[in-house]
Design a protein around this ligand. Sequence first.
Ligand code: NAD
Ligand code: UGA
Length: 469
Amino acid sequence: MKNITVIGVGYVGLVTGTCFADMGNRVVCLDVNDERIANLQQGVMPIYEPGLEEMVRRNVSAGRLSFTTSYQDALNDPDAPAELVFIAVGTPEGVDGEADLRYVRSASESIAEVADHPTIIVNKSTVPVGTGDWVSDIVVHKQATTVPFSVVSNPEFLREGSAISDFLNPDRVVLGSLDRSAAECVAQLYFPLRAPIMLTDLRTAEMIKYASNAFLATKISFINEIANICEALGADVKEVAIGMGYDKRIGRAFLDAGLGYGGSCFPKDVSALAHMANVQGKHPQMLQAVMQINADQRRNVVTKVRDLTNGLENKSIGILGLAFKPNTDDIRESPGVDLVRMFQQEGALVKVYDPVAMQNAARVLKDVHLCEGPYELAEGCDAIVLTTEWNEFKNLDLLRVRRTMRLPIFIDGRNLYDPNAMYEMGFIYRGLGRGYGLPPLNGHSAKTDGTGNSAKQKNHPTPGTNDGK
Ligand code: NAD
Ligand code: UGA
């Protein structure tokens, strides 16, 4: 059992603190946001994360988990002084893509000013390479009297929506430090998870996190590029991804083509890595392409809708999904939210619905019609764009949706539905990278089935020929 303080009660901090408490440790979670802490003290979660509320409640009742806004209380409880202090504050995108470290700085300063006994400062926030050394410098300069401390980098790899399970079943635990015994002390915390634990130096640990996120983002942009080529050539990217994924060297994960990656991490982390490279005089060409392709995926959807609706001015567009992915209420860098703004810029009237993220979206979106459900959203729409593959959308009564739309245009930004079934229901349906609804390569117009969709694959050219014969 260890005494732990976790700084920041966002997606990472609250999950980390709660899981460590569940593993039998005594954890104090601290945040500067009074409202978040007051709510947590009443059992109200600041975020939507499946399973979290129940786990928090259980550990609070057991006396292992508590919440405070006071660094003094969180660090220096005479009965249980914090041995390990995790920093899990935000590191949002700053100027020119650089990570904004102001919250890490302020948390580090507070630790230095308050801690009255030796601690291990464990950085869980995603921070640029070299930040561990920078945190050490801050602490040294801010301490009124010298109190020994060590810094360990412990990047987090959980995903929103499956955060608890990811945290408790990690593929690996990475610990970077110049102080081996400090890293080993943190490693003990993770022993019960029976995951591979990698001990390395601070900077390497920090880079492992960025390289991992950048690689996953690259897989997504790669498959989106393939999707665009599939679409032009009449192939189906979903099947291509399956076919590629059987190769163990490639793997099926993160090859879902669609609207691209959003969220609070991939966009900012790829930018931050590119920024680090640029500062060092390197030219991160692949990272630039990854970002460009990702931005294009959203623009391409607007183009698709504009073409099908003959302009967007005064058209009614429904956006189905605002969270950046299912099972979260997080709308940071969400394709759905971005698309709302892009459609509005072209004069469209936008209706939105999301099962969980409506409150967050209402705070940032202006002049949108907030709908209570997908069927209200469909009424009178000229086009619907599905942006988040929520379970709730998998079994919609699509005929009902189709019947109430003004035009039956459906853009499936996550390739959730079967194109043939959608045609049969009378939709003008477009997935991304699914090769349907396009004229063949030789420029002859495709046979159509009266829905604006070309008849299925048979109208597409034979691979390897230029004229489709
Ligand atoms: P978040 O924005 O959800 O939460 C950050 C919290 O830190 C907020 O509640 C904020 O009030 C608090 N905070 C800010 N400054 C503080 C201070 N000085 N003292 C105390 N509290 C302070 O952030 P998040 O999504 O949990 O991400 C945290 C870090 O973890 C980021 O670096 C992120 O890149 C990384 N990360 C996030 C995820 C994820 O899925 N969200 C996964 C892995 C890593
Ligand atoms: C991601 C990583 O998966 C985590 O390992 C990492 O810890 C986290 O970032 C972080 O550093 O914060 P997360 O952003 O929660 O986790 O969600 P993902 O499941 O990775 O999805 C990210 C985005 O990529 C979503 O918008 C999702 O729709 C999109 N995506 C994902 C695709 O477009 N295609 C895919 O095949 C997979």
